[in-house]
Structure formats: structure tokens, C-alpha cells
Design a protein around this ligand. Structure first.
Ligand code: PLP
Length: 358
């Protein structure tokens, strides 16, 4: 069976080597030496000054919304994983959707200003499939209206925009280290900011608000990750270069062999070093998508309708109509993309798609 993705697992001995350190120290959580080491190594490999590793990629969104949202309206994208919208609603804020750009698939920055009201407190946008939002335009709007900017960069690992980590944009940026993501710790995530005071707030917020064992800086929650997960991250990290180059080969194969007279794929924003995290194809209509999906499924190949549905249509948001997002979700399919996908499989996949399109 060929799935849309396959979790990269390092040799188990390399994972065990890190676990032994936790065993020898008998220290399993509360920011032990493996979490600290992973944070240092990630800073170096991503070229960033600050990172707080968290227990997943959703809680850091909640923490940022807790600090910035203030129960107000959050301008957001309808084309993302449900976690983006769920975090807004969960933190008692109101998602206000702004439609997406049909080629970049990120929030359409030219439509943001019209959605701002006196209740707007923040913008929460997703760097979809690792493709950066128009961060300059969004920053200018945020400055003009005194809004905070949060980026859901769950797909952003190893992406650079204008020679800087994508995580360095916005007031706060978050990532997911879930097993289905590019770099992973099984379950995990991270939160980033370049602002010193804000970093301090985010840090204590993810650790119950503690200021030492007896005092508290303020309100906090538990966003910590264990040594067992950090060990997995430390064992995966040395393979990132290989992971990126293998994925690049798969992407190149699709680019060279799919019939683009009847398909569209993601347009990557200029000045982006992309991470080959997803390979979406967009059909002319849903009927063609269903035909291709059926054909692939009959051959034991399982691409994924990602993202689906448009988040403005789910029961607890009931947002305004978003014609572009709703159209894209009905036509988009993410193709298998992972280390170890063979040339033979790639030929089968592209032939099945191209033939079904005829
Ligand atoms: C995976 C994902 C999340 C959630 O991350 P978890 O680590 O699973 O909590 C949030 N947003 C987007 C866009 C994602 O793809």
C-alpha cells in the first residue's frame, strides 16, 4: 500500500542511544538535557535565535491566541488543517475568514483589510504546504491597524524566505513535529518569536507559569514535551539533509512527468527555499478528482484530499462563503511524497493519473 506519506524512522539503535542517556539520568521530562540539546541543535540548523519545543503544534497556537486574541475576532484562512480554526474557537475567539489566493493557496492579503473591524485583535495565517504567505503585506496591514500576527507554520520546517527561516516572521510562529510532518518527534511542536519579552511570556505560558518551584509569573498551561520524544527528534535530525534531497527527487519526478495541460500544482512564492513537504495537484473539477482517486485506490495508492473541507463550512464556524477556498478543496489531492517512494511506484502513479485525465 502506498500512502500519502510515510513516517521517517531512524535506525532504532540511534534512538536507543539517546534513550539510554535519559535512563542513566533517570530524568524523563521537565525540560531535561535531551530537550535542551534538541533546542540548541534546531537553533543552529534553522539559523534562529529562539525556540521553545512544545508537546504538539496546536497548543502553541492556543497559547499565542490566549495572549493576543482577547476574545476578539481573528482574521484567518479557510484553507488549512482544522487545528488552525479549532484553536481560535477553543480560545473563545471568533474566526473571520478571508479567502485564499488561487495559485499560492495562502490567505489573499489584498482581502484582509476589508475584513478588519474594531473587534479584530490578530491575524492567524497558515504557510500552506510550506509556501510562505505574503509576509511583508501582512506585516504592513498589522502595523497599520495595530494587530498581532501569528503564523501557523506547521508545514514550514526548513523553509527559508528571503534567506531567513520562515519561523522568524510574524509576532509568533508555530510548527508541528507530528509524525506526519517533515521533521518529527512522534508528537511535538514548537513556538517561535524574535521578541525578548514575548519569548519570556510564551516560555512561562508553556510551563504552568512557573517562576521557580514556588512562584508564578502568570497564567500558564502544560505545553512541555518529554525526553522520550526529544530523543526521537535528536535521532531524526541528522537525516534532514537526506530527507530533503530525497523528497526533492520525488517532486522533480512529478514536475517532469505529470500532464500539466489538465492539472495545476502549487505555485511557490518568489525568494522561497521550499521544503518539498507536500505535492498537491488541482484538477479542473471534483468529478475528475474522484475519477483519479478511484483509479489510484484500485491500485492500492492512497493520496489524500488535503485540505478538506473549507474551514468556513464546518458546523461550529459557519463563516461567510469563500468561493476560491471552497472550489480548491473540491479539486485538490496531495500525492504520495516520502523518503523511500520508488521510481517504479512513481511511474505507476503518474501513468495512472495521466491516463485517467485523457
Ligand atoms: C499538523 C498541523 C497542525 C497541528 O499540529 P499537531 O502537532 O498535530 O497538533 C496545525 N496546523 C496545520 C496546518 C497542520 O498541518
Amino acid at each position: 500500500m502506498i500512502n500519502v506519506t510515510k513516517t521517517f524512522l531512524p535506525p532504532i539503535e540511534e534512538y536507543n542511544k539517546y534513550l539510554e542517556r535519559a535512563w542513566n539520568k533517570q530524568w524523563i521530562t521537565n525540560r531535561g538535557e535531551l530537550v535542551l540539546e534538541l533546542e540548541e541543535k534546531l537553533k543552529r540548523s534553522l539559523g534562529i535565535d529562539n525556540i521553545i519545543i512544545t508537546n504538539n503544534g496546536t497548543l502553541p497556537l492556543q497559547i499565542a491566541l490566549k495572549l493576543f486574541g482577547k476574545g476578539g475576532e481573528i482574521i484567518t484562512t479557510p484553507f488549512s488543517y482544522v487545528a488552525t480554526t479549532a484553536a481560535i474557537v477553543w480560545e473563545n475567539c471568533k474566526p473571520v475568514f478571508v479567502d485564499i489566493h488561487p495559485n499560492y493557496l495562502t490567505i489573499d492579503e489584498t482581502k484582509i483589510e476589508a475584513a478588519i473591524t474594531s473587534k479584530t485583535t490578530a491575524i492567524l495565517a497558515t504557510h500552506v504546504f510550506g509556501n510562505p504567505c505574503n509576509v511583508e503585506a501582512i506585516e504592513a496591514i498589522a502595523n497599520k491597524y495595530n494587530l498581532k500576527v501569528i503564523y501557523d507554520a506547521a508545514h514550514g520546517f526548513a523553509v527559508n524566505y528571503k534567506n531567513k527561516s520562515i519561523f522568524s516572521y510574524g509576532d509568533v510562529s508555530t510548527c508541528s513535529f507530528h509524525a506526519t510532518k517533515l521533521f518529527h518527534t512522534g508528537e511535538g511542536g514548537a513556538i517561535f518569536t524574535e521578541q525578548k519579552d514575548l519569548h519570556h511570556k510564551l516560555f512561562y505560558s508553556h510551563n504552568f507559569g512557573h517562576n521557580g518551584p514556588l512562584e508564578f509569573y502568570g497564567l500558564g498551561i502544560n505545553g512541555k514535551i518529554s525526553e522520550l520524544q526529544a530523543a526521537l527528534g535528536l535521532a531524526v535530525l541528522p537525516y534532514m539533509e537526506e530527507i530533503l534531497s530525497k523528497r526533492k527527487e520525488v517532486v522533480s519526478f512529478y514536475n517532469d512527468n505529470l500532464d500539466f495541460s489538465k492539472l495545476q500544482t502549487l505555485k511557490i512564492r518568489k525568494d522561497t527555499d521550499w521544503n518539498y513537504s507536500y505535492y498537491p495537484i488541482i484538477f479542473e473539477n471534483e468529478e475528475v478528482l474522484l475519477k483519479v482517486q478511484k483509479e489510484l485506490n484500485q491500485n492500492n495508492i492512497y493520496p489524500r484530499r488535503y485540505f478538506y473541507p473549507s474551514l468556513n463550512t464546518i458546523e461550529y464556524t459557519k463563516g461567510d462563503k469563500m468561493p476560491i477556498s471552497e472550489s480548491i478543496v473540491s479539486r485538490i489531492l496531495c500525492l504520495p511524497l516520502y523518503v523511500g517512494l520508488s521510481q517504479t511506484d512513481l511511474i505507476t502513479i503518474t501513468n495512472l493519473i495521466n491516463n485517467a485525465l485523457c
